[in-house]
Every structure is written in C-alpha cells, then in structure tokens.
Unconditional design. Structure first.
Length: 121
C-alpha cells in the first residue's frame, strides 16, 4: 500500500519499527468500528484472515479530532510506543491521513542518534 501515513512512517521510523507499524496499519484496514455513546467513542474489533470478527477482542477507542489523539483501552501505545490498529482505525474515521507527530517517538526514528527529529515534517 502507498498511503500518506505509510509513506511518512517509512521515512521516519527505523526499518524494524516501520515493519511493526505497518503490521498494525494493515490490521487497522481489516477493523470494523461502531459508534458508541458520545461523538467520538468507538468499539473497534479487528477481523481475522477469514474476515470473521468474533475471534478478536473489542476495544474502546476515544478519538479527539481537534488534537488528533486517540485513547485505546488496549494501551499498546503506552506499553510499546507504536500506535495500535484500533487507534489507527479511529484516526482514519476522523479523516486524519498522516500520523500525528506525538505518535512518533524519537527512540523509534532514524534520527534518534543525532538529535534531529522530524525536521522534514
């Protein structure tokens, strides 16, 4: 796939981290979301390779369109530092097509050693 977010991630992240991010991104494309109470609260589930949704856990994601943030009950970003498929799905629903800079942790970037972060953004 050649989407703005994947191109951006491939330019910024190290190859290993990009591969992990790409996996989450691809999972987000197979995700289904339903709106819960509130404007930007969603229940998100990722299907398996056969397109079945029952095999995965449903996570609650709150999207904040003004500051381009998501908060997911899986807490993967807090633990690993890569945005999860569930959060990526909600960003897509909010029409956010580039990864917000606050989700690009310096330690995972190609520029981490020399101190320049995201000068090209």
């Amino acid at each position: 796939m050649c989407t703005p977010m994947l191109v951006q991630a491939s330019e910024v992240y190290t190859p290993v981290i990009f591969e992990a991010f790409q996996g989450e991104y691809e999972r987000s494309m197979a995700a289904c979301a339903r709106v819960l109470d509130g404007e930007h609260k969603y229940a998100v589930v990722v299907g398996n390779l056969l397109g079945e949704l029952s095999s995965e856990v449903e996570y609650i994601v709150i999207g904040e369109p003004l500051n381009q943030k998501t908060s997911c009950s899986c807490k993967i970003f807090k633990r690993v530092g890569i945005l999860c498929a569930y959060g990526l799905k909600v960003l897509d629903l909010l029409n956010i097509k580039r990864l917000p800079l606050h989700y690009i942790l310096k330690r995972w970037t190609r520029e981490a050693r020399n101190g320049n972060i995201l000068d090209r953004q």
